[in-house]
Design a protein around this ligand. Structure first.
Ligand code: V47
Ligand code: SF4
Length: 386
């Protein structure tokens, strides 16, 4: 087990510890939920040694050293988008479609077929919001993928894509989700959440689905028996209070439905977008955010560091600050983060490389499926070469 950076009981017994932090720490040890006000105290007064010890305590109580990953690939059907989020480095407006891409169903099936015989368990389908790729097109695509590879878990479409797709098709959220589910869709990814607070959302992504709409789509998906993830785009113009408000709305929905698999903080990257004038968050701020998220989101089973965006070194570091999941091998099939300035220009890791990253942090890699069923525990001596 990791004892990073010091065990929590040692820290809590130090007479010099700030009494407000001590009270919060003791609450967490007793498995009591902390309030939004207490989360603000953690952000404002907690230094990373304290936050890390507390978050690591929670993580190790849940999973010991086990660290989850999956074998997946992404399909990005298009980067043409009717919206113009200020932080996005990836999309092109439809009127500039000559600068973007738009894959046909056949081209996407070609990507799926490249994985024939390769033991991936999930395909993640997310792209821009294209005015012409509609609900019927995507139901047809899902059916084709399922017919070709029934064992692949189909996770796709952010609430932003779904909201647009359903409005265009003039169907309710429930009708639309049922159609996609019948076509083979099993889970929703967590994108499009950004920051729910309207005073921030209007500045960074004014024209797409609002926070309430995002939550409503996930609530409906959960009621239909689908699972989903939740994200938060942090490190731009939002305050600590805005982050806490966002996490609190997710925590409240999770109390209601229990349908979220994991929480994924997404670090704002500042290359080639309308918010490039902003500096990126420091690694200290990254650590604080992950640790506070682990402490505050007590009803989320998993906290994921998405390495293609955070970079593999910082993602590895976060394994000591509450993170228990590193997403997947990805296989160079996403462009979102390389275009936004991530150090991962061609995000691909073999299972061996991902396992090595986890061993270096003195953890044990565990391959999982999309809903966290364990596929294989990779004890150090049992790593396969592939
Ligand atoms: O919603 C866009 C983010 C998200 C930037 O559910 C940016 O397993 C940082 O949904 N800097 C889409 N982030 C990605 C997404 C996702 C990714 C990984 C795993 C899962 C999952 C979902 O990407 C968008 C937005 O928040 N994004 N531009 C940027 N410049
Ligand atoms: Fe479009 Fe998504 Fe980029 Fe916003 S973040 S512009 S919705 S692709």
């Amino acid at each position: 087990m990791q004892s990073t950076p010091e065990s929590i009981s040692n820290i809590l017994s130090q007479p010099t510890l700030n009494p407000a932090l001590k009270a919060i720490g003791e609450k967490v040890i007793r498995h009591e939920r902390i309030s939004s006000e207490e989360a603000l105290v953690l952000f404002e007064q907690g230094e990373i040694g304290f936050l890390g010890a507390l978050a690591n305590h929670i993580r190790e109580e849940k999973y010991g050293d086990h660290t989850f990953f999956n074998r997946n690939f992404h399909i990005e059907p298009t980067n043409l988008c009717v919206f113009s989020c200020a932080f996005c480095s990836y999309s092109k407006l439809y009127k500039h479609r000559e600068d973007g891409w738009e894959l046909t169903s056949e081209q996407m099936m070609h990507i799926v077929k490249k994985y024939d015989g390769i033991p991936v368990t999930e395909v993640h389908i997310v792209g821009g919001v294209h005015p012409k790729l509609n609900l019927e097109f995507f139901c047809d695509l899902l059916r084709k993928i399922k017919a070709h590879r029934p064992d692949l878990h189909l996770k796709g479409y952010t609430a932003v894509e779904l909201d647009y797709m359903f409005r265009k098709a003039k169907v309710s959220t429930e009708e639309g989700l049922n159609m996609l589910k019948e076509a083979g869709l099993q889970s929703l990814p967590g994108g499009g959440a950004e920051i729910f607070a309207p005073h921030i959302r209007t500045q960074i992504c004014e024209d797409k689905v609002d926070g309430e709409g995002w939550l409503d789509i996930h609530r409906t998906a959960h009621k239909l028996g689908m699972h989903s993830n939740a994200t938060m785009l942090y490190g731009h113009i939002e305050s600590y209070a805005d982050r806490i408000d966002h996490m609190n709305q997710l925590r409240t929905l999770q109390d209601e439905t229990g349908g979220f698999n994991c929480f994924i903080p997404l670090k704002f990257r500042n290359q080639d977008n309308d918010m490039s004038y902003l500096p990126e968050a420091s690694v200290i701020e990254d650590i604080k955010l992950y640790a506070v998220a682990r402490i505050f989101m007590d009803n989320f089973a998993h906290l994921k560091a998405y390495w293609p965006m955070l970079g593999r070194n910082n993602a590895q570091l976060m394994l000591n600050y509450g993170v228990d999941d590193l997403d997947g091998t990805i296989d160079d099939s996403t462009k979102i983060y390389s275009m936004a300035g991530s150090e991962e220009q061609t995000p691909a890791m073999s299972t061996d490389q991902l396992c090595e990253l986890i061993y270096q942090a003195h953890r044990v890699p565990v391959e999982r499926d999309t809903v966290y069923n364990v596929i294989k525990v990779y004890e150090k001596e049992a790593v396969e070469t592939n």
